[in-house]
Design a protein around this ligand. Structure first.
Ligand SMILES: Cc1ncc(COP(=O)(O)O)c(C=O)c1O
Length: 367
C-alpha cells in the first residue's frame, strides 16, 4: 500500500491536553495579564469574564454556580467528593479507570461505608436502571479511557433525593448536558476547548449548595477544598475570587478558546463538530475489517475519546507519530491495548478524514 498523499493539517489527536482551536497562535495570548495580581481590578475582571463566557456558552441555569478551582479536573472532582459526600449512601459508577479512581477515593480514602459500586468492564456501561437516586451518585459522563459515554440523562431522576456528582471533563463543550439533573459537574480547560492544563471548573446546583451549608463532613478539608466561609457558601469563589493563584496566561488562553467557540456558533456548533468526527470514524470502521470500536453499543460511543480495538496498536501509533501524521493516539495505559483518537470540538473533521487512510497504511506496514 502506498503512503496516502494527504496528511492531516494538524497531527494533534491527543486526549489531553487536546488540540488547540484551529488557527491558534501564541499571539492569541499577547494581552494576557501576566505579572499582575489576579486580585487586581483588571485580574478579577478577566476571571469574571471567563466564568461569564463559560456560563453563557453552556447555557447554565441562572441559579447554578460556577467556579475556577485548583488542580484541574481531579481537583474539582475531589473538591466535590470531599465536600458533599457522607450525608447519605452513595452509588458509584465505574466502567473505566477514571470512574474506578473515584471509587478508590470514596471507599479507600473517605472510607464511606454505605458505598455501592456499579461496575462494567471496558467497552460497556453498568446497568443505569440500577442506580438508586435516593442515594448520592458519582459517575463520569464520558469514560475517556474506554470511549464509552452515557447516552443521555434520561436515566437520572428529576425528583432525586441524593446528589448527582458528574466528572464531565471529556464531555463538556462536546456533549449536551442536562444541567437540571446534575448537582456537581467538573471539567478542566485542556480538554474539549483545547485550553491549558492545571485549572479545574466546578459547577454546583442549588441542591448541592444546600448540602454544603447544611452538612459538615467528618473528615478534615484542606484549604484548597474549602467552599464555605462562616458556615455559608463563599460566594466570592463563584465570582472569580479564586481560592489560590491561577495562571493569568492560562486564563487568557481559555478566554480565547471561549471566544472562538462563540464565533463558530456556540455549543450546538461545538457538538456538531465533535459528532462529525465520530461519524467520520464510524463510517470508516464499518468498512474496515481490521478495526472495531471498544464501545459495544453505538449509542454509548464517545464523540471525543474515540477508542478502537485492533492488532498491534502500539506499533501503529508509533509509526504514525514517527511520520508526523498523528501524535498520542495509543490507548490510555490503564485501558486494553488499542488506539484512541480525540475527536473533540477543536479537531477538524477534515483532519480525521485525512488520518483514516494513514491508519490503513500503518496497519499494512506493521502487519
Ligand atoms: C474522565 C476523566 N476524569 C479525570 C481526568 C483527570 O483530569 P485532570 O488531568 O484534568 O485532573 C481525566 C483526564 O483525562 C478524565 O478524562
Amino acid at each position: 500500500m502506498q503512503k496516502p498523499a494527504r496528511r492531516p493539517n494538524s497531527p494533534h489527536f491527543s486526549s489531553g491536553p487536546c488540540a488547540k482551536r484551529p488557527e491558534w497562535r501564541l499571539s492569541a495570548l499577547e494581552n494576557a495579564l501576566v505579572g499582575r495580581s489576579h486580585r487586581s481590578k483588571e485580574g478579577k475582571a478577566r476571571l469574571e469574564e471567563l466564568l461569564e463566557r463559560s456560563r453563557r456558552l453552556l447555557g447554565l441555569p441562572a441559579e447554578w454556580r460556577i467556579a475556577i478551582v485548583p488542580a484541574s479536573d481531579t481537583g474539582a472532582v475531589e473538591m466535590a467528593l470531599w465536600n458533599l459526600l457522607g450525608a447519605r449512601g452513595v452509588d458509584l459508577l465505574a466502567w473505566e479507570s477514571f470512574g474506578e479512581g473515584w471509587v478508590t477515593d470514596v471507599t479507600k480514602q473517605l472510607k464511606l461505608e454505605d458505598a455501592r459500586v456499579l461496575r462494567a468492564p471496558y467497552g460497556k456501561l453498568p446497568d443505569l436502571r440500577e442506580v438508586d437516586f435516593a442515594r448520592d451518585v458519582v459517575f463520569t459522563w464520558n469514560g475517556t479511557t474506554s470511549g464509552v459515554r452515557v447516552p443521555n440523562g434520561d436515566w437520572i431522576a428529576d425528583d432525586r433525593q441524593g446528589l448527582t456528582i458528574c466528572d464531565a471533563t471529556s464531555a463538556v463543550y462536546a456533549m449536551d448536558l442536562p444541567w437540571q439533573k446534575l448537582d456537581a459537574v467538573t471539567w478542566s480547560w485542556q480538554k474539549v476547548l483545547g485550553g491549558e492544563a492545571a485549572h479545574g471548573m466546578l459547577v454546583l446546583s442549588p441542591r448541592a449548595v444546600e448540602r454544603l451549608e447544611s452538612y459538615t463532613p467528618p473528615w478534615p478539608l484542606p484549604k484548597i477544598f474549602r467552599l464555605l466561609s462562616k458556615g455559608k457558601l463563599n460566594e466570592g469563589i463563584f465570582k472569580g475570587e479564586t481560592i489560590n493563584t491561577p495562571s493569568m496566561l492560562c486564563v487568557e488562553d481559555q478566554i480565547d478558546a471561549l471566544k472562538w467557540a462563540e464565533r463558530i456558533g456556540g455549543l450546538p456548533a461545538l457538538i456538531r463538530r465533535s459528532e462529525a468526527n465520530l461519524a467520520a470514524v464510524s463510517a470508516w470502521v464499518e468498512r474496515t475489517p481490521w478495526v472495531s470500536f471498544l464501545a459495544e453499543d453505538p449509542a454509548t460511543r464517545s464523540c471525543t475519546s474515540i477508542c478502537l480495538s485492533c492488532e498491534k496498536p502500539k506499533e501503529i501509533a508509533a509509526l504514525l507519530a514517527e511520520e508526523g501524521v498523528a501524535y498520542d493516539i495509543g490507548a490510555h495505559r490503564d485501558a486494553p491495548p488499542g488506539l484512541r483518537v480525540w475527536g473533540g470540538s477543536t479537531v477538524e473533521t477534515s483532519d480525521i478524514e485525512a488520518l483514516l487512510p494513514w491508519l490503513d497504511w500503518a496497519h499494512e506496514e506493521v502487519k
